[in-house]
Design a protein. Structure first.
Length: 430
C-alpha cells in the first residue's frame, strides 16, 4: 500500500495512542507463567504483540480477548506445553528474544522463527548467554532465525552484556526464572526497565546489587489486574508533528513516562519543543501522564543537541523521527547508533536515503548520521523497507514538506500502531 501525504492543516485535538508495546509483551508472557488469571487492559493492538499472543496460544496458554482487555489464565512456570508447529514471531524482535529465554527453561524442544525481516536480525547475542546457561540452541548461518531450542536444567550465570540491549537483558532474566541459582546481568548502559518492574509486580525476587540486576529462581508468580499505559514511542511521532506544523496543539492521554524512557521528553524539552507533562500518576510500578505539546515558531532555527553515548541507547527507537525533526530545524548529529543497522531495516541507511530524497544534506557514518538541517524538504517517494518506524517518521516529514510525499509499504505501520494514519487524519481535520 502507498499512502500519500502533503502539507495541510495543523494538528489539533486529543490523541489516544495504543498501549505500550514493550510492556504488553512482558505482561502477556509473565501472565502465562503465573498462577491465577491476569486481566490486562489497554493491551497493545500491534501486530508485534499479536505475534506474542499467538506464540503463547501455541504453547498451550488460553487467551480470551475482550473489548477493552485480555484475560490470561496462567499455567505456572512449568505449565507450558510443546507447540505442534513452529512458533512464528512475525516481525517482532521482542517476541523471539524474550520468549527464547522462557523456552530455554522448558523441558521440551521448540523452534521459533519470524518473517523475512526478522530472519535477517542477529540472535547470537541471546544464543551465547543461553548456551552458557545450558540451553541447547541451533540457528541458521550467522546466528539467524529459525532458532531450535532444547531447554531445561538451566545453570545460573553472571553475565555482562557486551552491547546495551533491553531485549537481551530481559531474555537472560526470564531464563533466570528457571535456573539453579541466582542469575545476574550487568549492562554497559542502563536500558528500559519494564521487565524488572513487571517481574517484581508479578512476585519475582529481583533486585539491583552494585550495578548487577539479580533474579532468584523458581518464584511463584501471581496473576494480576493490570492496565498498560499508552506508548511513548508512538506518541513521539505526534509530538514531533505538532512541534513542526504551525498552529498545532494536541493533548496525548495516559502516556507511559517510565524514567528509563523519559529521556525522550527531557531531550525534546532541551531541543526547544513546547511540551508539558500533566496529571502524573503511577500504576503497577509504571509512571504515566498526559502530554500537551504545541508549535513554537522558534524551533526551526535551533540545532538539536547531539545524540550519543548513553543518550543513544535511551532514544534508540525514536532516532528516525528525531532525525526528521533535526532536518527541519537546525540539524542533528547521531553517534554510537550502530544498533540501528540491525533493526527491522538498516535504519541509518533508510534515514539518510529518504532525507536526501527530500532534499536534506546528510552524512552517513558506520555508527551514526550528521544532518545539516536548515533546508526546506520537498515531497518524495519514501522507501520504508517494511519498517514501521521509518514509515511513520517520514509521514511526519511529509506533513512539513512542499509537494506530495508517497510512503511505500505504508501498511507496515501496523506493526506497532495499526490506527496511525487514521489518527493523523483525524487530528488534521479538527
Amino acid at each position: 500500500m502507498i499512502h500519500t501525504i502533503q502539507r495541510g492543516r495543523p494538528l489539533r485535538g486529543t490523541v489516544l495512542c495504543p498501549g505500550d508495546k514493550s510492556i504488553s509483551h512482558r505482561y502477556a508472557m509473565l501472565a502465562a507463567l503465573a498462577h491465577g488469571t491476569s486481566e490486562v487492559r489497554n493491551f497493545s493492538p500491534s501486530l508485534d504483540c499479536r505475534s506474542t499472543l499467538q506464540c503463547l496460544r501455541s504453547l498451550g496458554v488460553e487467551i480470551l480477548e475482550q473489548r477493552e482487555s485480555i484475560l490470561i489464565p496462567g499455567r505456572g512456570l512449568r505449565g507450558l506445553t510443546s507447540a505442534a508447529e513452529v512458533l512464528d514471531a512475525g516481525n517482532s524482535g521482542t517476541t523471539i528474544r524474550l520468549l527464547s529465554g522462557i523456552l530455554a527453561g522448558q523441558h521440551f524442544s521448540s523452534t521459533i522463527t519470524g518473517d523475512e525481516s526478522l530472519s535477517r536480525r542477529p540472535m547470537a547475542r541471546i544464543i551465547e548467554p543461553l548456551r552458557l546457561m545450558g540451553a541447547k540452541i541451533e540457528a541458521a548461518d550467522g546466528g539467524l532465525p529459525p532458532l531450535r531450542i532444547r531447554g531445561g536444567g538451566l545453570r545460573a550465570v553472571r553475565y555482562e552484556l557486551p552491547v546495551a540491549s533491553a531485549q537481551v537483558k530481559s531474555c537472560i532474566l526470564l531464563a533466570g526464572l528457571f535456573a539453579d541459582g541466582l542469575t545476574a546481568v550487568r549492562e554497559p548502559v542502563a536500558t528500559r526497565n519494564h521487565t524488572e518492574i513487571a517481574l517484581r509486580q508479578f512476585g519475582a525476587a529481583i533486585r539491583l546489587s552494585e550495578s548487577w540486576i539479580e533474579i532468584e529462581p523458581e518464584p511463584k508468580l501471581n496473576g494480576l489486574g493490570l492496565s498498560v499505559p499508552c506508548d511513548l514511542s508512538s506518541a513521539a511521532f505526534f509530538i514531533t508533528a505538532a512541534a513542526l506544523i504551525p498552529g498545532s496543539e494536541i493533548l496525548l492521554h495516559d502516556i507511559g513516562t517510565n524514567p528509563s524512557r523519559r529521556a525522550l521528553l527531557d531531550y525534546l524539552k532541551l531541543a526547544g519543543v513546547d511540551l508539558a507533562v500533566l496529571n502524573e500518576s503511577e500504576s503497577a510500578g509504571e509512571a504515566r501522564g498526559d502530554i500537551r505539546v504545541q508549535y513554537d515558531p522558534a524551533l526551526p532555527g535551533r540545532a538539536l543537541p547531539p545524540i550519543q553515548a548513553e543518550l543513544t541507547a535511551s532514544l534508540i527507537d525514536e532516532i528516525p523521527v528525531l532525525s526528521v525533526l533535526g532536518a527541519l530545524s537546525g540539524g542533528l548529529v547521531v553517534r554510537d547508533a550502530r544498533e540501528l543497522r540491525v533493526k527491522e531495516s538498516d535504519r541509518l541507511a533508510a534515514i539518510a536515503r529518504n532525507l536526501r530524497a527530500m532534499g536534506a544534506e546528510v552524512e552517513e557514518h558506520a555508527d551514526g548520521i550528521a544532518i545539516s538541517g536548515g533546508r526546506p524538504l520537498r515531497g518524495a517517494k519514501i522507501e520504508t523497507w517494511g519498517d514501521h518506524r521509518i514509515a511513520m517518521a517520514f509521514s511526519v516529514a511529509g506533513l512539513a514538506a512542499d509537494g506530495v510525499t508517497h510512503i511505500t509499504q505504508a501498511e507496515c505501520a501496523g506493526v506497532s500502531f495499526p490506527q496511525f494514519f487514521e489518527t493523523l487524519a483525524r487530528l488534521r481535520q479538527r
